[in-house]
Design a protein around this ligand. Structure first.
Ligand code: ZN
Length: 113
């Protein structure tokens, strides 16, 4: 009985560790896919969709920095960034879609006072 208990515990720990390393790997892949998408316009949509799918599958959120580099509408990497506080405005050069990101989220508490 004792043995079983300890085995169960270590199994759980191993699973958690595995999950984290999976996410780490997923993140590495996502970065790589974004890199590829940026250098190969023809396949950028495919790479970005794949990156998105990896993120969903492994429950890894795509870093904000990367999210701001492509258009969610047409998956083009040709976007123009413009800072207009408190927003970061991303405009797609291909389809004209405009996306706003809040850039002062983390300082929100500070500025509230
Ligand atoms: Zn677009």
């Amino acid at each position: 009985m004792e043995k079983e208990e300890t085995l169960g515990k270590s199994d759980k720990r191993a699973f958690e560790k595995k999950l984290k390393s999976n996410q780490k790997l997923a993140l590495e892949r996502i970065y790589r896919l974004f890199e590829l998408a940026g250098s190969n316009e023809k396949y950028s949509k495919r790479y970005l969709m794949l990156a998105k799918r990896i993120g969903e599958k492994t429950r890894t959120s795509i870093p904000k920095k990367l999210k701001q580099q492509y258009c969610k509408n047409c998956y083009s990497m040709k976007v123009a960034c413009e800072e207009k506080e408190p927003f970061l405005i991303i405009k797609c050069k291909k389809c004209g879609k405009i996306k706003k990101y809040g850039i002062k989220e983390k300082d929100h508490k500070k500025t509230a006072n």
